[in-house]
Design a binder for this molecule. Structure first.
Ligand code: NAD
Ligand code: DAU
Length: 338
């Protein structure tokens, strides 16, 4: 079997390639990635010389690059996206371009090349925001209500994927998952930023009152969910994927990280809130559990500790990412925060 993985040099995409090559060493993988600031081939050093793995530097908005990568492909696993909400607020255009137009270009090529499955990686953010102290969770029937340029562009891509299933009978599946954490996450996302800042003895910026809630999913659990959807999922269906945290606030997440690293809570700095900040996410993953037998296996506390260890042991990996460009972004986003 031959898989085309888009965005395979990013956080989840590279974890997925490493996972897949371990599980299914006879499969071929083509990784199509244009290497934005978030793409990093170092994540894939351990497989770069494997004859079953091939990297193609290409942009998903470019039809000829996509068509070339699509040759002989059975399954597409589509991760490539602009993925950071704060950057979408600073500059929405690349989000519409890659997430909407790029997905459409891929879909066209998938139809033309008659692929057996187009699996689209999406997010719980398309459903909008839940309120605090509420038991409700997002599920596959929750109406779409995206509230940031990022989530609006992901919602647009989800609609296109479903439209191609109806109009062109493209065999699709979609997963909408919650916040991932784990190794190889770019240090702009909350947990990776917090750990690396603390390791550098820098303050951790916490937006607003810090009482926002996310549903944390260990990246390997996410990879296993995609595997099960590809192997056993029903064509045309959507599956929600989430973690095992029960309404934990951002502030509590930081306190846990500070405790693991034996640091003081005075490293927390409350900063200006994110505009349109979604208050709470929680995912009901009972459909994928009932139908495919998936559930998250990694507890938050234990795997947060292991994730902190990973960043401690891989300083060279993340220090190289905190470039001049990164510092410019950091200044634009956080002002003069030390
Ligand atoms: P990431 O930002 O770490 O990686 C994105 C990758 O896509 C990078 O390697 C980048 O170079 C590549 N890319 C971007 N634009 C491209 C283009 N035009 N052509 C080719 N490649 C391009 O993202 P991530 O956190 O790994 O997220 C992967 C997918 O999962 C995204 O679709 C995201 O919306 C979705 N998702 C992420 C999370 C999360 O918590 N990180 C949660 C839910 C869903
Ligand atoms: O829910 C899935 C989504 O999770 C994915 O679709 C996105 O690609 C991914 O980026 C993530 O979006 P969030 O906005 O939830 O993740 P982020 O890591 O940016 O922020 C997590 C929470 O922490 C959120 O409430 C905002 C807050 N935060 C974030 C940063 C970067 C802070 O308080 N301070 C920060 O510096």
């Amino acid at each position: 079997m031959k898989l085309l993985v888009t965005g395979g040099a990013g956080f989840i995409g590279s974890n997925f390639i490493l996972y897949w090559m371990k599980q299914y060493p006879n499969d071929e993988i083509v990784n199509l990635d244009c290497l934005t600031y978030a793409g990093n081939l170092e994540n894939l050093k351990s497989v770069e010389n494997n004859p079953k793995y091939k990297f193609i530097k290409g942009n998903i908005v470019n039809p000829s690059e996509v068509d070339a990568a699509m040759q002989g492909v059975d399954i597409i696993v589509h991760f490539a996206a602009e993925s950071h909400v704060d950057r979408s607020i600073l500059g929405p255009q690349p989000f519409t371009l890659t997430n909407v137009l790029g997905t459409q270009v891929l879909l066209d090529s998938a139809v033309k090349n008659k692929v057996r499955r187009f699996h689209h990686i999406s997010t719980d953010e398309v459903f909008g925001s839940l309120t605090l102290n509420d038991k409700s969770k997002f599920n596959e029937r929750t109406p779409y209500n995206p509230r940031s340029p990022y989530s609006a562009s992901k919602a647009g891509s989800d609609h296109l994927v479903r439209a191609y299933s109806e109009t062109y009978e493209l065999p699709i599946t979609i997963t909408n998952c919650s916040n991932n954490f784990g190794p190889y996450q770019f240090p702009e996302k909350f947990i990776a930023l917090a750990i690396t800042n603390i390791l550098e003895d820098k303050k951790v910026p916490v937006y607003g009152d810090g009482l926002y809630v996310r549903d944390w999913l260990y990246v390997e659990d996410h990879c296993r969910a995609i595997d099960m959807v590809l192997k056993k999922g029903k064509v045309g269906e959507t599956y929600c994927v989430g973690g095992v945290t029960e309404d934990i606030s951002n502030l509590d997440v930081i306190k846990k990280i500070l405790k693991i690293l034996e640091k003081n809570e005075d490293m927390i700095e409350f900063v200006k809130d994110r505009p349109g900040h979604d208050r709470r996410y929680a995912v009901d993953w009972s459909k994928i559990e009932k139908e495919l037998g998936w559930k998250p296996l990694h507890s938050f506390d234990e795997w947060l500790k292991k994730t902190v260890e990973w960043y401690k042991n891989n300083e060279e990996w993340w220090k190289r990412l905190k470039t001049k460009k990164y510092q410019e972004y950091y200044k634009e986003q956080y002002g003069d925060l030390d």
